[in-house]
Ligand binder design. Structure first.
Ligand SMILES: Nc1nc2c(c(=O)[nH]1)N[C@H]1C(S)=C(S)[C@@H](COP(=O)(O)OP(=O)(O)OC[C@H]3O[C@@H](n4cnc5c(=O)[nH]c(N)nc54)[C@H](O)[C@@H]3O)O[C@H]1N2
Ligand SMILES: Nc1nc2c(c(=O)[nH]1)N[C@H]1C(S)=C(S)[C@@H](COP(=O)(O)OP(=O)(O)OC[C@H]3O[C@@H](n4cnc5c(=O)[nH]c(N)nc54)[C@H](O)[C@@H]3O)O[C@H]1N2
Ligand code: SF4
Ligand SMILES: [Mo]
Length: 745
């Protein structure tokens, strides 16, 4: 028997697990009560790490399509097939003919975070797509423009905050997003126990709403109007107190004039919230001693995603809560954080729209194009057409809008490669599938999520089991070799040496780095004998803000230190970081970025909206799901069918829908039929269907999931409209029509 401590890789909360093993068997999974951040908290998904380890459907051998069927192959055979099929596409049609789709689990994967960018750089295609444009891209656009890097997203200092306004987020179920903070229930209770207040704005009365002091239903898509009206109230009633912050901020006056027309009275009907309530919410927010506004997916994957994301931080500034203890603060991560590099306080800022999608001309953001445009890029003939696709830990045929169109498009590809662990809705179309190791067979460090944590922490986990095949980073480098024209047998070790050497060189060439005058050979020596992600991570930690600087601070952080602390290292509560955290060219917070202000006309048009008797669709997350891919684990699908259509009883009566009956739901994009569940916990006029279901496709090899298939809500979402500033898909507030499903038989 052995006991291992490691971080759970399934969501953003980064909980510590205590895992007991006996040989290759997982005996038990518990919360690690000594974890410096989660203190023993876990959710039901943690246990699934055992079932994932045992899952007979999880791939361990490459699959290659031969005579139409996916059959087992060796790694060498699989790479030969990739070389045979991908190289001619590149040679004849160029780099843009090969698209990549990078899915959510990559954000929780050290190998992928460090080496995913390497193969994508070698590919050099403009057709890079990720789950970010069905998720947080609007927040990254607003944060990038305001603060200068795409991950400079302020997080609520939940442990010291006394008034928290949450919009479109349900952390009691999702366990937090763009907010790494295990045990949000405990943390929200903490706010209330300190005498503070928690206010939730959501078209559904969620578990988080139940735990709050106050909940307001809002009409989907109206958050930007609500937030603008709150800002307008604060300005009008002279409750504004940016205080000390003001000297770090450009554009206060432009913001005041932007919000002027959005009076509480003007927005009330469109929001479905009374004007006097909006004024009260604004006053309470402004008068609280330490307050924060926090918003998540419901405010991003909608029509006004960037405006809403921006207004969240506008309110944090107007109330003096940005960068203040108990307010909305910037994490200072131990490694890999762009806004912690040595030369701080100013930077190049962000450049968006450097290229555009071929067919619809949608602008690039941070090196990627909107995934809502992928289907048309495959279907539309002409130069630059996408002919090959590589998916890495992604299931776009379930997760992205108008799934049925994308499925038809993907079926036309000349070649598709998937790096994944299942044959699912998407990967069943692949010509080659390369299996990634299971979580317990890889090391873990939350390079991305620790940049968004409510406390500064660092925790490294070594693999629990040996791998059955190569690590993901080795797969990426071997793939990069194929793309670079070196054939299927690239020298992965030599490639890795060049990757780390380039990283070291980049740091040394920053005149502000405290390694500036050092010899690169000496630094590389100092990283011996580590290889792969461990070598990169050790380097990033050592040059990071707590690092040992390769001797400069002998007590500083290194990967050795993390290895000696299996429950993690606590680096303390968040601390004010302005102006050092900024990377804008002006060295100021850009409170009124031009592209965002230019979107005012669209928001103004929304003022005229009134409920018209029509229904709109929103999603919902579920505690025992993780997007689309964990429904093959029995512990997570047992019990009654969760994939139901939530309808308010009043609407049901009007539409002739009965609890437990079935409804046909139609949108501009498609139609699905599913079971109805009546609930008072949804705003009248709104229906909710969880995403990530619909596992009924032929050729899938997920024997448990197909028995709990559910319905795919993204059959209803519309790929033809995106949020203009970020290219993000609009997945909430979709106009739908409901009627009783025709009887069978
Ligand atoms: N258990 C579980 N945890 C997860 C996931 C999962 O699938 N399952 N997924 C993970 C991922 S990838 C992410 S990105 C995070 C997301 O984390 P959260 O953002 O907390 O996710 P949701 O629970 O979907 O909460 C979104 C809420 O927005 C509401 N909403 C919809 N439209 C609107 C609107 O127009 N305005 C407002 N104000 N609200 C609206 C919905 O009713 C819903 O309650 O969760 C992560 N954690
Ligand atoms: N309607 C609607 N649609 C949504 C959302 C919504 O709220 N409503 N939410 C959106 C959000 S926030 C997100 S993040 C996306 C998610 O969109 P995706 O990332 O496309 O979907 P996932 O369901 O996370 O699929 C993950 C894939 O990775 C594989 N996988 C799991 N672990 C590993 C691993 O360690 N290595 C490798 N190589 N593969 C692995 C799984 O088998 C699966 O194929 O969905 C989006 N879609
Ligand atoms: S909350 Fe997230 S990190 Fe914590 S145990 Fe559950 S899935 Fe894992
Ligand atoms: Mo997500």
């Amino acid at each position: 028997m052995a006991v291992h401590h490691r971080t759970c890789p399934f969501c953003e909360a980064t909980c510590g697990l205590e895992i007991e093993t006996d040989g290759r068997e997982v005996v038990s999974v518990r919360g690690d009560s000594e974890d410096v951040f989660s203190r023993g908290f876990i959710c039901p998904k943690a246990y699934a790490i055992k079932q994932l380890h045992e899952d007979p459907d999880r791939l361990t051998t490459p699959l290659v399509r031969r005579d139409g069927a996916l059959v087992e192959a060796t790694w060498d055979e699989a790479f030969e097939e990739i070389d045979r099929q991908l190289s001619p596409v590149l040679a004849e049609h160029g780099r843009n003919a090969v698209a990549a789709y990078v899915g959510n689990p990559n954000a929780h994967n050290l190998s992928a975070l460090l080496y995913g960018p390497v193969w994508l750089r070698v590919l050099g295609s403009q057709n890079v797509y990720t789950a970010s444009t069905v998720d947080q891209m609007p927040k990254q656009v607003s944060a990038g423009l305001m603060f200068g890097t795409m991950l400079s997203v302020p997080v609520p200092d939940v442990d010291r905050c006394e008034h928290l306004l949450l919009l479109g987020a349900n952390p009691l179920v999702s366990n937090g997003s763009l907010l790494t903070a295990p045990d949000m229930r405990g943390r929200l209770r903490g706010i209330r126990e300190r005498g503070g207040k928690v206010v939730v704005v959501d078209p559904r009365r969620t578990r988080t709403a139940e735990e709050a002091d106050e909940h307001h239903f809002i009409r989907p898509g109206a958050d930007a109007l609500l937030l603008a009206a709150m800002a307008r109230t604060i300005v009008e009633e002279e409750l504004e107190h940016a205080g000390e912050l003001a000297r770090h901020v450009n554009g206060l006056e432009d913001v005041r004039s932007f919000v002027r027309e959005f009076t509480p009275e003007a927005v009330a009907d469109a929001c479905g919230i009374e004007a006097r309530e909006i004024r009260r919410m604004a006053r309470e927010l402004a008068s609280a001693k330490r307050a924060a506004v926090y918003a998540r997916i419901g405010t991003c994957t909608q029509e006004f995603g960037t405006l809403a994301s921006w207004l969240v931080d506008v309110l944090n500034v107007l109330t003096g809560n940005l960068d203040r203890e108990g307010g909305a603060m910037f994490t200072k991560a131990a490694g890999g954080q762009k806004n912690s590099s040595r030369s701080g306080g100013k930077g190049k800022g962000v450049r968006l729209g450097r290229w555009a999608s071929r067919v619809r001309g949608l602008p690039e953001t941070y090196g990627e194009l909107p995934v809502a445009a992928l289907a048309e890029e495959i279907e539309t003939p002409g130069e630059g057409r996408v002919r090959a696709l590589v998916t890495v830990a992604g299931n776009p045929l379930v997760s992205t809008p108008n799934s049925e169109r994308l499925a038809r498009a993907v079926a036309q590809l000349d070649f598709m490669l998937a790096i994944d662990i299942y044959v699912n809705e998407t990967t069943r179309h692949a010509d080659v599938i390369l299996p990634a190791p299971e979580p317990l067979a890889k090391s873990h460090y939350d390079l991305a999520l620790y940049q968004l944590a409510a406390r500064n922490v660092a925790n490294y986990s070594a693999p629990v089991f040996d791998r059955e095949g190569p690590a993901e980073w080795e797969i990426f480098l071997r793939l990069a070799g194929v793309i670079a024209g070196q054939g299927p047998d690239a020298d992965v070790e030599a490639f890795d040496d060049t990757v780390i050497a380039a990283l070291v060189q980049r740091e040394l060439s920053d005149p502000a780095s405290n390694l500036a005058c050092r010899d690169p050979a000496e630094i590389l020596d100092g990283l011996e004998p580590r290889r792969g992600p461990e070598r990169m991570l050790d380097f990033l930690l050592r040059v990071g803000p707590y690092g040992d600087g390769f001797g400069a601070d002998p007590d500083g952080l290194t990967l050795d230190v993390l290895e000696q602390n299996p429950h993690g290292v606590d680096l303390g509560p968040l601390t004010p970081r302005l102006p050092d955290v900024l990377r804008t060219p002006s060295g100021k917070v850009e409170l009124a970025p031009e592209p965002i202000l230019a979107d005012r006309a669209r928001l103004r048009a929304a003022l005229a909206r009134r409920p018209n008797g029509g229904m709109v669709l929103v999603g919902r997350r579920q505690l025992r799901s993780n997007n689309s891919w964990m429904h093959n684990l029995p512990a997570l699908v047992k019990g009654r069918d969760r994939c139901t259509i939530h309808v308010h009883p009043g609407d049901a009566e009007r539409l002739g829908l009965a609890d437990g009956g079935r409804a046909l739901v139609r949108s501009a994009a498609g139609a699905i039929e599913g079971p109805i569940e009546l609930t008072e916990d949804i705003m009248p006029g709104v229906v909710s269907i969880p995403h990530g279901w619909g596992h009924h496709e032929n050729g899938m090899r997920m024997n448990v999931a197909v028995q709990h298939a559910g319905i795919n809500s993204n059959v209803l979402t519309d790929e033809s409209i995106v949020e203009p500033l970020s290219g993000n898909a609009i997945l909430n507030g979709i106009p739908v029509e409901l009627e009783p499903a025709p009887q069978m038989g």
